[in-house]
Design a protein around this ligand. Structure first.
Ligand code: NAP
Ligand code: MG
Length: 483
């Protein structure tokens, strides 16, 4: 077993070695369970990004660019194995850094390993096509890597998001520069070290921590970046797309959501209930695909609200290492943002709240889970992404109204429908505006194999599953006239 070393947390990982940031400045990173500083991280700037991009260019133009798909697959599989062996280490590191309850942090570490395993297996299964054309021609397509890919990752699911974007990029032969969120750098750095230990050559995966507007902006605006994968807020996503436009490079934007679960009167409520609540409070609601709106048909409305309220009342919030239902939010700044939205909850009823345990440190970023009922679909709590442990229940009368409400936000990430009527399931699957639709289940954040991405303000492009391999390659058409 390999212990992630992280001898110092305040460095960048560039070209296979640990380096101080050029400006020699650091930023404090807090443990949100206590509010105390956990460690210092590097404040990388444009010079460090430039250094990392140069290292990636050299790797791509050198030996890495000549690896076969089978070699890359074998390497990713080895990295996945090493991650599997270090799941507990990584989970603990993440729990301390972002406040995620241990069980949920562990699930993220397993997902990171699974992404490496999945993309390791997929690397040599991606191929082009032959195309029938004019007499005397042979036409075929090649799938080639972009070159150097930039990965800008948020703090809510660092390991999962690194797994899905870096995994697919490496499988297809790109060299990567990763800018983790300043609140969540530790597992990104540990992963780079593990990958290096598994045999990933220097320069193929570089990590530069730092502020979004410094290191992040330098990465997204760098002239030698050939593709940008961004996961984060709508506001920053727009900046990224604009800066990519300056160099005309493709972007994948995975942004926010306000994802609904639609419960019809014939739903199996016993089966639905755990999904209805967990999809909202998982990771303290800081999930792009959180189900923050529950739409319920009038006849079962009171019953669903009462059943969800009973679960909410039993929810316990506390430090990540206590491993309760809900941990703290990622920071006290995020807590202030959530409380700001909650202060605008006038006009709807609080159906239930969970509790914060008495022993939770006073400086921690705790917000008790809250269930709101009777919201009108255009209420701010039913429209804005809150990114906290908050759900709203909205009544509807008929299928058409359910679709109108479900599709009635600017987002379109995930949706689900609970009904035993097979024809209605098919209609809903077609009409719900979302990148993923779940029928009689809900998968917030799960499913390494399942293509994922948004419509509308939720973004564009697809990651996860085999589909991501297309995003991280460029198609070339070769037409040979041979007579
Ligand atoms: P964010 O503020 O947009 O930050 C995301 C990343 O962008 C961080 O690494 C951040 O760095 C960096 N960044 C900030 N400003 C930048 C700039 N001007 N140029 C380049 N990079 C910049 O988002 P967040 O608050 O961390 O994450 C929450 C959001 O992410 C939510 O809206 C959520 O829905 C979305 N999200 C979407 C998905 C999905 O798959 N669709 C998954 C997870 C999260 P710093 O943090 O260090 O400043
Ligand atoms: Mg932290």
């Amino acid at each position: 077993m390999f212990e992630p070393l992280l001898p110092r947390t305040d460095q960048c990982f560039i070209n296979g070695i640990w380096l101080d940031p050029m400006g020699r400045q650091t930023l404090p990173s807090a443990n949100p369970s206590t509010g105390e500083t956990l460690c210092e991280i590097a404040r990388g700037t444009d010079t460090d990004i430039d250094h990392a991009v140069s290292a990636a260019c050299r790797a791509f133009n050198g030996a890495w660019g000549k690896t076969t798909a089978a070699e890359r697959g074998r390497l990713l599989t080895r990295i996945g194995q090493l991650v599997f062996e270090n799941v507990d280490n990584l989970a603990r590191m993440e729990a301390m850094d972002v406040g995620k309850p241990l069980t949920q942090a562990r699930a993220d570490a397993v997902a990171l390993a699974r992404y490496m395993e999945f993309y390791g297996g997929a690397a040599d299964k991606l191929h082009g096509e032959t195309i029938p054309y004019l007499d005397g021609y042979t036409v075929y397509t090649l799938r080639e890597p972009h070159g150097v890919t930039g990965h800008i990752v948020p703090w809510n699911y660092p390991m999962q998001i690194i797994g899905r974007s870096v995994g697919a990029a490496l499988a297809t032969g790109n060299a990567c520069v990763l800018k983790p969120a300043e609140e969540a750098c530790l597992t990104a750095l540990a992963f780079a070290e593990l990958a290096h230990h598994a045999g990933l050559p220097p320069g193929v995966l570089n990590v530069v921590p730092g502020l979004g507007e410094e290191a992040g902006a330098a990465l997204s605006g760098h002239a030698d970046i050939d593709h940008i994968s961004f996961t984060g807020s709508v506001a920053v996503g727009k900046l990224i797309q604009k800066s990519a436009a300056d160099h005309v490079v493709p972007v994948t934007l995975e942004l926010g959501g306000k994802s609904p679960q639609v419960v019809f009167e014939d739903a199996d409520l016993k089966a639905a209930l755990p999904f209805l609540v967990n999809a909202g409070i998982q990771n303290a609601g800081q999930t792009c695909s959180a189900s923050s709106r529950i739409l319920v048909q009038a006849l079962r409305y009171d019953e669903v609200v009462a059943a969800m309220a009973a679960r909410y009342t039993a929810l316990k919030t506390g430090p990540a290492l206590d491993d309760l239902d809900v941990g703290p939010l990622v920071s006290n700044a995020q807590k202030a943002l959530v409380e700001g939205v909650l202060s605008q909850s006038g006009g709807i009823d609080i159906a239930a709240t969970g509790s914060i345990i008495d022993t939770a440190p006073k400086g921690g970023a705790y917000v008790a889970p809250m269930l709101f009922a009777g919201a009108s679909p255009d209420h701010i709590l039913a429209q804005d992404e809150i990114f906290g442990p908050v759900q709203v229940v909205i009544p509807f009368k008929c299928e058409d109204e359910a679709i109108a409400i479900a599709n009635g936000t600017d987002y379109g990430l995930v949706a689900s429908c609970w009904t035993q009527d097979g024809a209605r399931q098919m209609r809903m699957a077609k009409k719900l505006r979302a990148g993923q639709v779940f029928l009689n289940n809900y998968g917030a954040g799960g499913g390494v194999e399942l293509p994922f991405g948004g419509r509308g303000l939720s973004g564009h492009g697809r990651e996860k599953g085999f589909e991501a391999l297309y995003s991280f390659t460029v198609l070339k058409t070769v037409a040979a006239l041979h007579g």
